[in-house]
Design a protein around this ligand. Structure first.
Ligand SMILES: [Zn+2]
Length: 282
C-alpha cells in the first residue's frame, strides 16, 4: 500500500510521435524482446543479437558480408545507380530520396555484391540493405543480382543472396516489377548449370523479393523471428475476411508449413551455409 497518493497526470507530449524516437538514441537501448537494457556497442559486437535473449536485430548489408566471408572480399558493380527513369515524385522527388540514402549509407543502391571465401570456398554473396528506401528492389537491385548470377555461372561458383526488403520499388513502376522476371530467368540458367543458390531470408522479406529470388533458392533458410510474406497481414485479413493465426508470416510458422527449409540463428549461419555448399558441391 502506498503512503502517499498523487493524482497521476498524463505526461504532456509536445513532440510528435515520429520525432520522439531520436531522444532515445544514445549509448543504451531497451531490448524489444526481453526488455533488458543493452549497451549498443555490446549489441554491435554480437552481430546485432541481443546479448541477453538472442533477439535478432536487423544487420546492415556490409556487416552481413563481414559475417559471411572469411576475410576480405571484392565488391562488384558498386557504381550502379538508379537513373530515376520515370522522374517520379510522391511526397518528395525520388531523386532526392536516392541522394539522401546514398549519402547516409555510402552505397549507390539497396544491395551489395561481394565475392570472397565463405568457409574456405569461393562464392558470391549479395546482401540487401533495408536502410536504403526499405531495401526496395528497383532496376539496380535486379541488375546487380542478375550480374552476380552471371558471374557465378562464368566462374562456376555458388551464390548466396541475403534478402531484407519491403518488396519492389514503386518509384520505378513496371521497371522494378520486370526485375522479378529477369532475376528468376537468370536463376533458372544457374540451375541449368547445376550451381547451388542459397537464399537467406531475414527480417523483413516481403513483396516482390519474396515473389522472386528469395523463394527460389535450392535452400531457402531464414533467421529466427523474421517476417516473411508477400502481402502484409492486414491486407490478407481484409481479403479473406478471416482472422490470421498466431505467428503468421514468421519464419518458424513458415518452416512448420513447408515454405522454408530451415530456420538458422545468425551465429550458426555461416557454418550452416558452408556445410550446405559442401553437400551440394562435394
Ligand atoms: Zn533481448
Amino acid at each position: 500500500m502506498a503512503w502517499f497518493k498523487r493524482e497521476k497526470k498524463a505526461i504532456e507530449q509536445p513532440v510528435p510521435p515520429d520525432e520522439r524516437k531520436v531522444k532515445t538514441e544514445g549509448l543504451w537501448m531497451k531490448c524489444e524482446s526481453c526488455r533488458a537494457i543493452i549497451w549498443k556497442k555490446d549489441l554491435e559486437a554480437h552481430w546485432n543479437l541481443c546479448p541477453k535473449c538472442g533477439h535478432h536485430y536487423r544487420l546492415s548489408a556490409k556487416r552481413r558480408l563481414e559475417l559471411l566471408f572469411d576475410g576480405r572480399w571484392v565488391e562488384h558493380d558498386a557504381q550502379l545507380a538508379s537513373s530515376d527513369p520515370l522522374r517520379f515524385t510522391d511526397t518528395r522527388p525520388y531523386a532526392a530520396r536516392l541522394r539522401e540514402s546514398q549519402r547516409k549509407l555510402g552505397m549507390q543502391d539497396a544491395i551489395l555484391t561481394g565475392e570472397g571465401l565463405l568457409n574456405g570456398r569461393a562464392a558470391i554473396c549479395c546482401s540487401m540493405e533495408f536502410g536504403f528506401i526499405g531495401g526496395s528492389m528497383g532496376a539496380v537491385v535486379g541488375e546487380k543480382v542478375t550480374r552476380a548470377i552471371e558471374r557465378c555461372i562464368a566462374q562456376r561458383i555458388p551464390l548466396v543472396v541475403v534478402s531484407c526488403s519491403g518488396g519492389a520499388r514503386m518509384m520505378e513502376g513496371t521497371i522494378s516489377l520486370m526485375q522479378l522476371a529477369k532475376v528468376s530467368a537468370a536463376l533458372a540458367r544457374l540451375d541449368d548449370e547445376k550451381l547451388p543458390y542459397i537464399s537467406v531470408l531475414t527480417d523483413p522479406t516481403t513483396g516482390g523479393v519474396t515473389a522472386s529470388y528469395a523463394m527460389l533458392g535450392d535452400l531457402n533458410i531464414a533467421e529466427p523471428g523474421a517476417l516473411i510474406g508477400f502481402a502484409g497481414p492486414r491486407v490478407i485479413e481484409q481479403t479473406i475476411r478471416q482472422k490470421l493465426p498466431e505467428g503468421f508470416q514468421r519464419a518458424e510458422f513458415l518452416l512448420e508449413h513447408g515454405f522454408l527449409d530451415a530456420v538458422v540463428p545468425r551465429k550458426e549461419l555461416k557454418t550452416y551455409i558452408g556445410s550446405a555448399l559442401d553437400f551440394f558441391i562435394g
